[in-house]
Design a protein around this ligand. Sequence first.
Ligand code: N01
Length: 894
Amino acid sequence: MIAASVSRAASGCTTERVDVALVGAGFAGLYLLYRLRKDGFTTVALEEADDVGGTWYWNRYPGARCDIQTIDYCYTFDPELESAWKWSEKYATQPEILRYLGFVADRYDLRRDIRFCTKVKRATWDQASERWLLTTDNDAAVSCRYYIMATGCLSSPKPPEIDGVKDFEGEVYFTGRWPHEEVKFAGKRVAVIGTGSSGIQAIPLIAEQAAQLTVLQRTPNFALPAHNGPAPADRVALLEGDRAGYREQARWSGAGVPLQLQTVFSWQLSAAERLERFENAWAAGDLFCMLRQLWADQGVDVDGNALVAELLRDKICATVKDPEIAASLIPYDHPFGAKRPCLDTNYYATFNRPNVTLVNLRQEPIKSIMASGIKTDKRTFDVDVIVFATGFDAMTGAIMAVHPIKGRGGKSLSDVWANGPQTYLGLTVTGFPNLFMITGPGSPSVLSNMVVSIEQHVDWAVNLLIAMREAGFTTFEATKTAQDGWIRHMADCSTLTLHRLANTWYTGANVPGKAQGVMPYTGGVGPYRGICDEVVSRGMLGFRLAGPNVAEQCNDGEIVRLQPDVRLVLKKLEEMKLAPIESLGAQGARDFVAELNADRPAGRPVGDVADGTLPGTDGPLPYRLYRPATPGPHPIVVYFHGGGWVLGDQHSDDPYCRDMCRRSGMIFVSIGYRHAPEYRFPTAAEDGYAATRWIAEHAAELGGRPGSVVVAGWSAGGNIAAVTCQLARDRGGPHIAGQLLVCPVTDCTFDRPSYNDNATGYFLTRSLMFWFWDLYCSPADRTDPRVSPLRGKLAGLPPAFVVTCEFDPLRDEGIAYADALAAAGVPVEQLKARGHIHTSFTMVDVVITGVSGRVQMAEALRRLAGLPPERKQVDASVRPARTASPRKIAAAAD
Ligand code: N01
């Protein structure tokens, strides 16, 4: 039992002065109190409820449980606490979690610093004293140096937005504010509005008691069975075998639970293998298994996701006996996982009960609530009880709506966030000095095991306060540059997942009029932790620190300028401590690249892949042809692979060629041109031209559309493509309809800024480019347009689409070539890819943020070939028959 709470509200109007005041006594508030006290800060916690528990205090509705396994959903800061508490079930009930939080509060004697039944009415930053002044509803004000919101993400229930709630004469309950006394449903007619996690947990239990239950569903949600019971033995054994290691793995994982990521893609599995994986995850009764462990593309790609969604739909059909009810319960409007899925116990089977009615509000919306019940536009339901399971003003509601927060210059947080929340790291806000939010918008929070995120945030924040105290600083504030950078990084991260494709509380779409955008950090718990650590190791990058007797410190800047997945790739490469490629010799470098390529994700299926040879100037040249699955003839793209004229072959850009073939609906022919140092300049260029000529002349034999070809190439291949266009113009053909140049080499000088700015650290280095040039071309030949096409005549060349990447040594020469083409009257489009590196677009299914660039390239290829715009082709085999609406989502995903 939780001990009786003690409020120690000060009497009269005295102002309590503390180092830190915090709001909330849930998981975050309790751990904050523990840490702050341990580290010598005077602290007070203000809590509206009369006891600890936070969300677990308020959400007492029947069936409320956690849906992350409880051995993971608990504090890890004190191993003794871990051994002092034993969970009774795999998913603990709300009363057990509340008992646990009471136990923690007692164990560390935290209640003496909590003022219960205290609501903060206003928080104001006082510039003169550099302190926050809090006024409360029980007269006792607080003056604090630091103010911390530990108010949770799902604490502010959202009004139901239905007319007439006040007219209802029966009982009304909100799942998010459930009474402490038992609610009796026996013999009553009950209506539940809302089928999110709360509704889905409560509905089966209410149905067991009520005389009649009417479930009013606006949007169906995906739910899977919890299969609750004892914690799974294998998981417990893992934890107990190496508790510290297990916890550490969780801290660096994607979602705060130590699970291995899947590396196999859906298209590498047969339907039977996919089904087996799905059934195993279904049997495991674990959200994360279903969300992350089936196949690698399920969370990032609409097609991979549609496969899971369809299997889940089959389960609903198999459980619900009435096909019409089953059809209403099946979600079609969002990818699985884009909206928070639910764990249930007998949810779908509940709709087989004779006392349960499902009302599909999409077919008959609620018109109003009346004295006797609920009126839809087709019927009236007389009920005794209405349960609103209508959710929360999530992420920002508890921070903004609860009380005005006025920062520097009297600016209010709700004004500053009127167009959506803006934070640095999800922890701080520019203009609001000395304010922390634990799991604020921009933190991994609700997309993670909350307790893991909370412990990280609290440790990071308190460690900052300690470091400031030691250095004599008394204020911190995020800079605008840092915050703007974080907002950009958040937007980049949101393209890594499918959350942006659903209308949910993650995006603010559940609250009418709320600004919309993905609010939690989608880049993962481990990467987030690494970024926070980097902020510290780079001298509190993005923070202005000041104090009365010390010089102000501000290392301004953006913490992440790379695309999030590019950053991870580079970190992995850094950890591998590879020798510079140029130190390996030509053969060693080729072996190394072959080894790297062997480990990369296999490219996706296309209609047909055929290897062949074509006659070059001095003998046969190998090629690989990729044909789309659609009926031909298709226009042909002659493709030149990357590799600095030294590395690679006709297979080495296989995933890129497959992807572009699928997206553009065009044949790709990748040419095995000869390489340096065995064949130096101008062999590669002449091979490229000869191959293009032969393919153009034999287009029909290859199944292609005769008349003209498009050329494309990446890196040195981009160089060959550009040169081929100049040679074709000057040598009387073939006719080239357009050129796609991806990060091309266009010039022999190394003095453009990108060569220095990006000289090292972004995979392709300045020194590697020196080596490539040396092997391919002697200095005397380097200004020849057949290797430096920027120095050639540019008028009369085919239209071009030129792609450059921000963190590529070759960036500026690519831009220079595009600009020079335009100046010469050639139609040119440019894609300047922010945050990308030289290899971003060819690392298919590794650099997910490269997809939108390849979509643009494919569209450009179609334009260049004179084809109408078309959405990407998707295999019939992976397009489930029932999913009509996900097509819309697929289009949005592109
Ligand atoms: O809220 P929700 P929730 N008329 O927003 C419907 C966590 N949680 O409290 O989708 C009719 O998900 C609304 O319909 P629609 C978990 O993270 C965890 O259930 O907007 N219907 C939706 O069906 C969860 O995701 C656990 O069309 C209206 C429902 O109400 C989050 O809390 C347990 C309506 C709201 O669903 C929120 O869950 C419980 C209207 N005017 C919650 N307005 C665990 O297991 C809203 N709806 C740990």
